[in-house]
Design a protein around this ligand. Structure first.
Ligand code: ADP
Length: 566
């Protein structure tokens, strides 16, 4: 039997595995009693020596139709919403921002609204995921004293209409979404204006322009102080802040490059970064300007809303604008993240037929050269490796999982060279054994497989505005172990906390020290090993949790409706 999981064998395996969903669960359970014997001799399991790593195989294309599930009612008061963003999953995703934009847009489409996304046409964009790509407009947009020839393309991604903005200068060129060899701040200032300019030249006037993060923070300023006196009258602006750590530091003269007079915004009421008052030079913050100038401001969980009103330098501007500031918990796209249909999984499963999850775990263990043990808990952590995510706690968890006789897989990537190097050293130390894998890369495909294989999904963030990993993990039957902060506190409730019995779905710790993490991780391990039936009940419960976008989309709709005109 060849070691490589070929296309043919994968297709065969998928066919076999999908049939599992039709087999009475008792039969399957018996077959899967011993993980080494799934009763299926033909299945080719991956190995670490495979020429093509198993997550790089070709997978059937994903069905991401926005068709509303039968129970989702269409809204009566329909509107046109345009999202303007630096990221969109899966074609230009770096973190949760991309997932959120795609998920919210699809949820609003399902409710009957007209939705478009405007995105820079990054050179690195995954063009194979775009259908019907066509040039629709050629126009000029202003930057730093010049009018830059610009193309707008139209395409469809995950069933969402997308308008791609491509300037003829060097902006957005490079191998990655961020970190190209151009001035990022100026590129997003250009993009913000180019989106409004496109609306101006085409006459498109949505009800809502929904901007995301600091990158698009200048757009509300441009809209109210420039384009409203041109032809754009109808749109109202919503800003969603996904992470307040990034606030778009900007000098007056940089802001002036998009055609505004930067000096006008250098006041406490407008866009000055309060901490730089009296410095030479003082700095502006595009995020603060966006907060002041938007009709409504949303952040991504109720607890993060409270946290940001109490701490951080932006608290004062948020308090001033408290009446238009809302906390709406993100959802996850339950079509894209669906273990019952996920094209990347070697076996499909869902809450009522969870057996395929064991195959996913075994498949990952085989493919990565971990000991193939069903009775040992597998911890998975999938994250950007940045300070916010609790790097010392992630490092400690690797050690602790090993000490407790469990397994751990980290899939992560760092934009910071020394952090990446530290984790490379850690990988060299741990990856030789059969219980730990530290995989320093970005892989959407592997992330799906790992969530499906995981018994425990670990999110030990120091702060976390919302966090998607714990919600995705739960959807795939992984029990969350999280630090109690931001959206993690809104979505995970400790099984040992009697006041939370109804909602109990994971293991929570509060401190930022290793002992606090041990307290939660050790309890999770003990539950898994000593109380398998109770564990299975938690697994079923987390898979049945409804974290879909429809609920959150309804709350966004209320905000859109409260500010729209006409
Ligand atoms: P953040 O937006 O701060 O990165 P979130 O938890 O909101 O954190 O979202 C992270 C998203 O990025 C999740 O969909 C997660 O699966 C994904 N992700 C993070 N790192 C990787 C990686 N190395 N490979 C694949 N997906 C990743």
């Amino acid at each position: 039997m060849p070691a490589i999981a070929t296309m043919k064998s994968l297709a065969f395996m998928n066919k076999w595995v999908s049939s599992l969903l039709l087999v009475p669960s008792k039969v399957v359970t018996e077959k899967l009693g011993c993980p080494a014997d799934f009763g299926f001799g033909e299945l080719v399991w991956p190995t670490p020596g495979d020429e093509i790593p198993f997550w790089k195989n070709k997978f059937p294309s994903r069905d991401a139709s926005p068709e509303a599930p039968a129970e989702i009612e269409k809204d009566s008061n329909l509107m046109h919403i345009i999202h303007i963003t630096a990221e969109m999953a899966p074609i230009a995703k770096v973190g949760g921002l991309g997932d959120v934009v795609t998920g919210l847009a699809r949820a609003c489409l399902s409710r009957g609204h007209t939705v478009d996304i405007m995105l820079p046409f990054y050179e690195c964009i995954q063009k194979q995921e775009i259908s019907d790509l066509a040039l629709i407009t050629t126009y000029n947009s202003y930057h730093d004293g010049n009018w830059v020839a610009t193309n707008a393309y139209h395409g469809v991604v995950s069933s969402i209409p997308v308008i791609f903005i491509e300037p003829s200068n060097q902006f957005f060129k490079g191998k990655n979404v961020y970190g190209g060899s151009y001035n990022e701040l100026e590129a997003y200032l250009f993009f913000s204006r180019a989106c409004l300019e496109w609306m101006q030249v085409t006459g498109v006037q949505p009800d809502i322009i929904h901007v995301h993060e600091w990158q698009i923070g200048a757009l509300p300023l441009l809209y109210w102080d420039m384009y409203q006196s041109l032809s754009l009258k109808k749109p109202r602006i919503v800003l969603t802040i996904h992470n307040m750590e990034h606030y778009g530091e900007c000098r007056q003269e940089q802001l002036s490059k998009c055609g505004l007079d930067g000096s006008i915004y250098a006041s406490v009421e407008k866009a000055i970064d309060d901490r730089t008052i009296g410095h030479n030079p003082e700095r502006l913050s595009l995020l603060k300007g966006g907060i002041v100038y938007s009709n409504a401001v949303v952040t991504v969980s109720p607890t993060y809303l409270k946290e940001t009103l109490c701490s951080g330098w932006l608290a004062s501007v948020l308090i001033t604008h408290r009446d238009k500031y809302f906390g709406i918990l993100n959802g996850i796209d339950t079509v894209i993240w669906n273990p019952a249909t996920d094209a990347f999984l070697p076996a499909k499963f869902h809450a009522q037929k969870p057996e395929g999850k064991k195959i996913c775990k075994y498949y990952i263990q085989k493919g990565l050269g971990l000991k193939s043990e069903g009775t040992v808990p597998l911890v998975v952590c999938i994250t950007r490796l940045v300070a916010q995510k609790g790097l010392h706690l992630i490092t400690h968890a690797i050690k602790r999982a090993e000490e407790l006789g469990g397994q751990m897989i980290l899939l992560g990537n760092s934009p910071v060279h020394w952090v990446q190097k530290d984790f490379e050293d850690l990988a060299n130390l741990h990856n030789k054994g059969t219980s730990t894998r530290i995989l320093l890369m970005y892989s959407e495909e592997l992330s799906h497989m790992l969530y499906a294989a995981a018994d425990i999904v670990l999110v030990p963030s120091i702060y976390e505005p919302c966090g998607l990993a714990q919600m995705i993990g739960m959807r795939y039957g992984a029990v969350p172990v999280v630090r109690k902060t931001g959206g993690l506190a809104d979505t995970v409730f400790d099984v040992d906390d009697p006041s939370n019995h109804e909602k109990a779905n994971g293991f929570v710790f509060e401190g930022i020290d290793e002992g606090s993490l041990n307290w939660a991780l050790d309890r999770a391990f003990r539950h898994f090993i000593d109380k398998p039936e109770e564990w299975n009940r938690i697994v079923q419960k987390v898979m049945e949790n409804d974290n879909s976008w429809n609920n959150a989309a309804g709350k966004y709709m209320e905000i859109y409706n409260s500010i729209r005109v006409g």
